[in-house]
Design a protein around this ligand. Structure first.
Ligand SMILES: NC(=O)c1ccc[n+]([C@@H]2O[C@H](COP(=O)([O-])OP(=O)(O)OC[C@H]3O[C@@H](n4cnc5c(N)ncnc54)[C@H](O)[C@@H]3O)[C@@H](O)[C@H]2O)c1
Ligand SMILES: CC(C)[C@H](C(=O)O)[C@@H](O)C(=O)O
Ligand SMILES: [Mg+2]
Length: 369
């Protein structure tokens, strides 16, 4: 029987709708090729929803998400809405509540430098030629993002709080992933200053005892930011709290070649997920048709893998993207003189999917990505 998936498509603001259109094209092509069907239901979110209805996360949008098998999310926010009250702004009023509502505590952000296109990285070839294959495992529903906060006219505060339970569950994800990859977890903290980091380090250390085959290393965030540039190939799984993971994942994206390359999966304990590019609405290039659609397309691949178990379809998309990158079919964020725009890159990914043979796909290795 043909499998059928209901997907909530929330394109959002800025480049969101531009890159989402390409991901939808790719999803439709891969579904046809692999013999399943996707039912794509769009809804407004973020600034686009504020403009239409006065609210960043309308009840109808939330209801659609609740009745869907997964959420494909674009990006929200932009200068038009920064003057609104904090809780009414697109990011705090839609994306963070969605993460909290669905308990999407686990955020996976895989970043690569492959040998065939190591020159896309801004790092010196001496470093980039050694490649990079990092899975950033970011805690997504706790920490300073969701702690008590406040401000008066003269001061302001944000609170970082983590419980052992919150740290344990994300640490387990990191160790389980490492087992299927290269057996190394680097846990990022600031335990020389922060109490939450001391608890983080102790807890991760304890969880590690259940994974004797995995090497655990602890690294301070400032050193990690530096080591990523000096030798990114030393890392396998990076385990981060919410804020440190936000920052390091942008760095990983830049090392790979562009923020427009980094996808993400935000998952809860039962496999429900929201899939979105790690980058944002890019107001500086929105409307120009030059945004890189690859992060959005690869986020759709992660959805097929993690929410639907369609590993072959996910790999088909990933291989098609790799072909485009190695043929330098890329937007100007990667190669400034490139004549390929958003639509041309999306078309090239679709064409590569049509040409790839499903039978020649490698044996599925879930978790190794
Ligand atoms: N998931 C999300 O919805 C999300 C994520 C990050 C930022 N934001 C929001 O986006 C808005 C802009 O934030 P910002 O400028 O700090 O970050 P940003 O990620 O939007 O952009 C940073 C830089 O990266 C470039 N960039 C990002 N994605 C790209 C792509 N796909 N192709 C080509 N270039 C790309 C942009 O042009 C810009 O120069 C803010 O409102 C921010 O809160 C939203
Ligand atoms: C838009 C913002 C709230 C979000 C975050 O900080 O988590 C974004 O930067 C990300 O990386 O997903
Ligand atoms: Mg971010």
């Amino acid at each position: 029987m043909t499998k059928h998936y209901n997907i909530a498509v929330l394109a959002g603001d800025g480049i969101g709708p531009e890159v989402m259109a390409e991901a939808v094209k790719v999803l439709t092509a891969v579904a046809d090729k692999c013999g399943f069907s996707v039912n794509l239901n769009t809804a407004l979110v973020g600034g686009a929803a504020i403009d239409a209805s006065g609210e960043p996360l309308p009840a109808a949008t939330l209801a659609l998400c609740k009745t869907s098998d997964a959420i494909l999310f674009g990006s929200v926010g932009g200068p038009k809405w920064t003057g609104l009250a904090p809780d009414q702004q697109p990011e705090r009023g839609s994306l963070l509540p969605l993460r909290k509502t669905f308990d999407l505590f686990c955020n996976l952000r895989p970043g690569h430098i492959y040998p065939e296109f190591a020159d896309l990285s801004p790092l010196h070839p001496r470093i980039s030629s050694k490649g990079m294959n990092i899975l950033c495992v970011r805690e997504l529903t706790g920490g300073i993002y969701f702690g008590e906060k406040g401000r008066t006219s003269t001061d302001a505060f944000d609170t970082q709080r983590y419980s052992i339970t919150e740290i344990e569950r994300i640490a387990r994800v990191a160790f389980e992933a490492a087992i299927k990859r290269n057996n190394k977890v680097t846990s990022i903290d600031k335990a020389n200053v922060l109490q939450t980091s001391v608890l983080w380090r102790e807890t991760v250390q304890r969880v590690a005892q259940h994974y004797p085959s995995v090497t655990l290393e602890h690294m301070y965030i400032d050193n990690a930011a530096m080591q990523l540039i000096r030798s990114p190939q030393q890392f396998d799984v990076l385990l981060c709290d919410n804020l440190f993971g936000d920052i390091l994942s942008d760095e990983i994206a830049a090392i790979a070649g562009s923020l427009g390359l980094l996808p993400s999966a935000s998952l809860n304990g039962s496999g429900f997920g929201l899939y979105e590019p790690a980058g944002g609405s890019a107001p500086d290039i929105a409307g120009k048709g030059i945004a890189n659609p690859i992060a959005q397309i690869l986020s759709a691949a992660l959805m097929l893998r993690f929410s639907f178990g369609q590993e072959q379809a996910a790999q088909l998309i990933e291989q098609a993207v790799q072909q485009c990158l190695s043929q330098r079919i890329v937007t100007p964020d990667i190669e400034p003189n490139s004549s390929y725009n958003t639509v041309a890159v999306g078309d090239a990914v679709v064409a590569a999917i049509h040409n790839l043979s499903v039978n020649n796909m490698p044996v599925p290795t879930v978790g190794s990505h």
